[in-house]
Design a protein around this ligand. Sequence first.
Ligand code: BGC
Length: 754
Amino acid sequence: MILKTNVLLLMAFLLLACSEQGPPKVFTDDANVAAQVEDLLAQMTLEEKVGQMNQYNGFYDVTGPAPSEGDAKNKYEHLKKGWVGSMLNVSGAAQVREMQRIAVEETRLGIPLIFGLDVIHGHKTLAPIPLAESASWDLEAIEKSARVAAIEASARGINWTFAPMVDISRDARWGRVMEGAGEDPYLGAQIGVARIKGFQGDDLSAHNTIAACAKHFAGYGFAEAGRDYNTVDVGTSTLYNVIFPPFKAAVEHDVKTVMNAFNILNGIPATANAWLQRDILKQKWGFKGYVISDWGSGFEMIAHGYAKDLEQVAELSANAGSDMDMESYAYVKHLADLVRAGKVEEAKIDEAVRRILTVKFELGLFDDPYRYCDAQREKELIYHDDHKAAVLDMARKSIVLLKNEGELLPLSKSQKRIALIGALADDNNSPLGSWRIGSDDNTAVSVRDGLKAYSAQVEYAKGADVVTGETAFAVPLNINNNDRSGFAEAVRLARKSEVVVMVLGEHGFHSGEGRSRVNIGLPGVQQDLLEAVYKVNKNIVLVLMNGRPLALPWADKHIPAIVEAWQLGTMTGHAVADVLFGAYNPSGKLTMSFPRHVGQCPIYYNHYNTGRPTGGNGVFWSHYTDESNDPLYPFGYGLSYTTFSYDKLQVQVEPGNKVTVSVEVTNSGERAGEEVTQLYLHDKVASVARPVKELKGFKKYRLEPGETKTLTFELTPTELGFYDNEGEFIVEPGAFSLMVGTNSQEGLWADFNW
Ligand code: BGC
């Protein structure tokens, strides 16, 4: 009661202070927070402590009557008893305020709830899907995009996002590649950190910053055969050098929470994995925040064959360091009894609660539990023009030009008769992607609308639907595999046009969670449509809209211009039009390899060599007899409307200290443009074999036509070393080579000894 009175008094004071000076700036002095957490902990019953470790999904419309039966009634009663520490999927200033009011005013201690939501690439105003954003290689823009997301989400009551997903993945079959930053741990770590900075800002207690969550710890991106939720079985070298680095970087940059994962990792479910959560994350890396389970991942341990019932789930998860349970009901039902039975030490509960309360204090929720529920801010900030400008900038930067033969692009405004074909061209829903949970359907600018701003000469024909029937986050898609009735009109239009822009690819709900695919070409009848149009007009610009790498060897061989436009969010159409008409010179580079054939998956540039890497025309070397080993488009690849040439690679070694690398890059074309120069390293002989190449530096910069720039990179032991199979970071002297260039396959090489 004492605490609750304090909170109310403080709130009254802050309201007064606020009216004069805007939102209050509050304390988060560490010692102060720690003391307050201890004080509160000492007042809590065992059940109240366990309550802090329990997270429920939103269960009723708080602006309506209180639930009177079933599961919702149960949850409601738990909420009023203080047995709930957090809610997810409740948003909107009014809704969150009312839910928070119950926690603060109707429970014994009045501990505020923390409200989590999947704010993945924006909340209302949507930025490109994360995989697309990563193709920008622009950390500043990515940070800003996360900032915009935090501003909008925090105005709607949200103070915690389940992002960034920092899972490295190499398999285009896995639908969740759309949510990550691709296949490279070095880039992935930096992008994860940029997102965390954007969400959390410099001051977590400010009313427009929210706690971030690095997920899914660990290995979720390595689901066997790219099938979501599948088994993960990886060796220590991959764990330490590929899977862990983005999580470690997130911890080093003070990410407030980490989510564990659905998968088993080498036989142990991540949620019950004490080695992952206690030994590595909390002890070795010194993670100070708390771990949230994934949705029901505790409960799923029964299906994994690791726990016999929910009680054992609670015991295993709590002992392993999973601090908060999302929707398994395991803790709320069993944890207090398990403590009383001596199966879980109360000290472990205290530790988890301390972590959770600390984040709540840092967010300022004890100063003002309604800090994030300001209806006025909500009204002013949602879909704000500044946010639209930021996501448009991000969208342009995310586009990757894959092919431009004969310089079909950019289109000229004076171009007569442009045919626009494809259902996705006229779609203002698909560009929002699948993780648009807080946003509103059909709010993207379609490509068709975007092109209108440039040319009145655009005529449209759908050609064919990609999907039919209902489409939604949780509904399986119904692909159009038969209906070609619109082909004739599309072909007629193409025949009389100078140039054809075809927007083909995946529906917005084709990728994302639970959306694995084995056919990663163009879904449905779209390939047939493309070939039918090609027969009458070869001047095709293929604009791809998709959430994962696609395998499109036919298109690569025949279509002169290909633009990878992903799902670019709210401002999609304008960004695509700006690139097609040359107002923006594309600068994106792929962060996942695009295979030639799905059978190559997983395919990634930073693979190991084999003992038989080459063999000419012979049989007994590591290859496919019916397909090349190479990807269709490699990691780091992307063209521009200008060209860049590389010269004068120089390497200077200061043994034991650093290696300095310099190179000259010239804009050898006729337009200004941005290049992303990439540095790759190969450790030729090591005590644990190293990949053929690893990204260890990159720079993005702009050059005017004819301009030359000298770039300098420094490699220190951090870049030159690696983790051995015991997880120790080691730096070994010896022979290395490095490549500096425009993508992971083209560049200048040099050897050196370290
Ligand atoms: C996903 C998480 C997500 C959670 C809450 C799960 O199904 O795997 O990434 O944050 O749901 O929506």
